[in-house]
Design a protein around this ligand. Structure first.
Ligand code: AMP
Ligand code: ZN
Length: 118
């Protein structure tokens, strides 16, 4: 069973801030912003590559609700999902990072040459 499935099953403790029938949100253990929460489906999905549109519809509403509960909706926030090796995905259970609480930077995604790829 993967790490986040164990969190869903309460086998590993987490700091849960919101939960419904299908999704759960908890604080990231290694926050990269003043607010850093992870939103995940309770059912195991490997990554965004495999998620259905139906699940994403529910996830979108859940993330919007979490943003309101965290009081990020007015000030703004960022939603990120890392996919696979190049995306830097470490936990192979679909998760959306919800980051906010400060003006976020937008820099240093890659050392690779960004010109002339396409
Ligand atoms: P990613 O690199 O997109 O796969 O993100 C995985 C995230 O999970 C990282 O931001 C980690 O800090 C976070 N993380 C790992 N283990 C735990 C845990 N036990 N509880 C909460 N967050 C975790
Ligand atoms: Zn899982």
């Amino acid at each position: 069973m993967c790490l986040f499935c164990k969190i869903v099953n309460n086998e590993i403790p987490s700091n849960v801030i919101a939960e419904d029938e299908n999704f759960i949100a908890f604080h990231d253990i290694n926050p990269k912003a003043p607010v850093h929460v992870l939103a995940i489906p309770k059912i195991h999905v490997d990554s965004f590559n495999e998620v259905s549109g139906e699940m994403m519809a529910g996830m979108t509403q859940f993330i919007q609700k979490v943003a309101v509960e965290l009081k990020l909706d007015k000030s703004g926030y960022r939603v990120i999902t890392n996919i696979g090796e190049d995306g830097g995905q470490e936990v192979k259970h679909l998760h959306f990072h919800i980051l906010g609480g400060a003006k976020l930077k937008w820099e240093h995604f890659s050392d690779a040459d960004t010109k002339g790829h396409f």
